[in-house]
Write a protein that binds this ligand. Sequence first.
Ligand SMILES: [Zn+2]
Length: 199
Amino acid sequence: MQYPEPIAKLIDSYLRLPGIGEKTATRLAFFTIDMQQEDVDQFAAALRDAKRQLHYCSICGNITETDPCQICRDRSRDQTKIIVVEQAKDVMSLEKMREYHGLYHVLHGVLSPMEGKGPDDLNITSLVKRLQSHDQIKEIIVATNATPEGEATAMYLARLLKPAGIKVTRLAHGLAVGSDIEYADEMTLFKAIEGRQEI
Ligand SMILES: [Zn+2]
C-alpha cells in the first residue's frame, strides 16, 4: 500500500532536512496531519516568512533582515578584527558571549573534498574583497569547528591571507577536538578567543 500523495510529499519535504531519516520523516508527517489546522497554518507561515524576510548580508554573509546587517553597519565595533565562522548560527553563539566587539565573516560551510566542497563553494571571495578594500582590517580569527574539515579550512585561509600581511589566528583548543562552536558555553568561547594563536 502506498501513502496518499499529500502525505508522501510531506514525508519527502521532511526528508530534505538535516539529520532526518525515513522513519522520523514519516512520524513528523503523520504528526503534522494530526495537528490543529491553525497550528499548521502558523508553522507554514513561519517557514515562508523566514525564507522571504531573511537574506545573506552582502558584506559578511550573516543572516539579516537588512543589508548590510546590523553588525556590519555598526561603526562603533572594532573594525580591525574579523572572526570567520562556518555558519550564521555561530555568529549568534559568539555574540551571546558579549566579549567580542569586532566583525564577522560567514563561510557557509567548510572545505570538504568528500562532499565535493572546494574554495569556490564557500563565501571566501567576498572575504578577500573585504580585506582588499578595508586596510584597517589587521587580524582574521578563524573560528571554524575543531573537525578535520574545519582545520583544513583554517590552514587554507592562513595560506591565502598571510601573504597579504594579514595576521591569521585560530581559536585556542579550549574547544575539544571535533566540537562545534554552537555547543560551547560562553566561558569556553571567551577563553578560546583570548588564547588564540597565530597560524
Ligand atoms: Zn554583515
